[in-house]
Design a protein around this ligand. Structure first.
Ligand SMILES: NC(=O)c1ccc[n+]([C@@H]2O[C@H](COP(=O)([O-])OP(=O)(O)OC[C@H]3O[C@@H](n4cnc5c(N)ncnc54)[C@H](OP(=O)(O)O)[C@@H]3O)[C@@H](O)[C@H]2O)c1
Length: 254
């Protein structure tokens, strides 16, 4: 049975990912920061079955690496898929009011965490060489909308990381993709209180679809409305230069 390692497992998107993994008969290895967060995950997913939790500090550059080391030592289940969705604050602070300390804290929580997760897990997936492996990153359209400055900037960095990861994983056993979400998804209990939010259990269909589609690789999956949960809107990452593959373009002077 396959296992999905989820980094950011206890949040809205992480819960949705765990639901998708279990529905597709996969197990979950959930990275959590505390026992309390693990209980939150079990409650929102509705079961403990199929879920292994491991505590780690995902904000530290060695946090997820420590999890991979335990997997390699046989202390935790091997995994074939990674989904990363650690997130920071969703607040509207104008650019000119963002302190240096807050900028660095949020870049750490929303960007570095996901980068550290990729850097620690990709070599492991390449070494395992499982032909079905995937690596998925959730990003938000706030990075293009720009009306919440701090989350906009962290998402912008994630868009670029996804572009680089799509290039680097091309031709490997790992299908890297970015899920680009343009509206609010919350765990079902919270979504029931907010008419602007969609349910995590419904959004799970996007990851279920992505896991089932070996043709989706190096892509951004656009989720603009609930209609996109089941009919995946797939766009290749990279710059469209009139049909030329941007990963092969050199910017050196001729
Ligand atoms: N939800 C959406 O509608 C939406 C829309 C567009 C894009 N996204 C993307 O998905 C990401 C996650 O969104 P979300 O709604 O799932 O966020 P969330 O519910 O706030 O969850 C964030 C996750 O990150 C963890 N985390 C946050 N700060 C941490 C810290 N200092 N140390 C350790 N863990 C920490 C949380 O752990 P705890 O549970 O322990 O706090 C949780 O697992 C966003 O940042 C964005 O990139 C989400």
């Amino acid at each position: 049975m396959e296992t999905v390692l989820i980094v950011g497992a206890t949040g809205n998107i992480g819960v949705s990912t765990a639901i998708a993994a279990l529905r597709t008969k996969r197990n979950v290895l959930a990275v959590v920061r505390s026992e309390a967060s693990a209980e939150k995950l079990f409650k929102h997913v509705g079961t403990r079955d199929g879920i292994t939790t491991v505590q780690a500090d995902v904000t530290s550059d060695q946090g997820v690496q420590g999890v991979v080391d335990q997997v390699k030592a046989g202390k935790l289940p091997a995994f074939q898929h990674v989904y990363s969705c650690v997130g920071g604050d969703y607040v509207n602070t104008p650019l000119t009011k963002i302190s240096t300390e807050y900028l660095r804290q949020q870049m750490n929580r929303s960007f570095e965490t996901n980068f550290f997760a990729y850097r620690a897990t990709l070599p492991y997936l390449l070494e395992q060489n499982n032909p079905n492996s995937t690596w998925t990153l959730c990003t938000g359209a706030q990075g293009d909308m720009g009306n919440f400055a701090m989350p906009a900037m962290t998402q912008g960095a994630l868009f670029s990381m996804a572009a680089a990861a799509a290039v680097e994983t091309k031709g490997t056993n790992v299908r890297f993709n970015e899920v680009y979400l343009a509206f609010r998804v919350e765990v079902d209990e919270d979504a029931a209180q907010h008419d602007y939010a969609s349910r995590a259990s419904d959004f799970a269909a996007v990851y279920e679809g992505l896991l089932a589609r070996p043709d989706i690789q190096g892509a951004r999956v656009n989720v603009f409305s609930e209609a996109d949960f089941k009919e995946l809107k797939v766009v290749q990452k990279g710059l469209n230069l009139g049909g030329e593959d941007s990963s092969k373009v050199s910017y050196q002077r001729s």
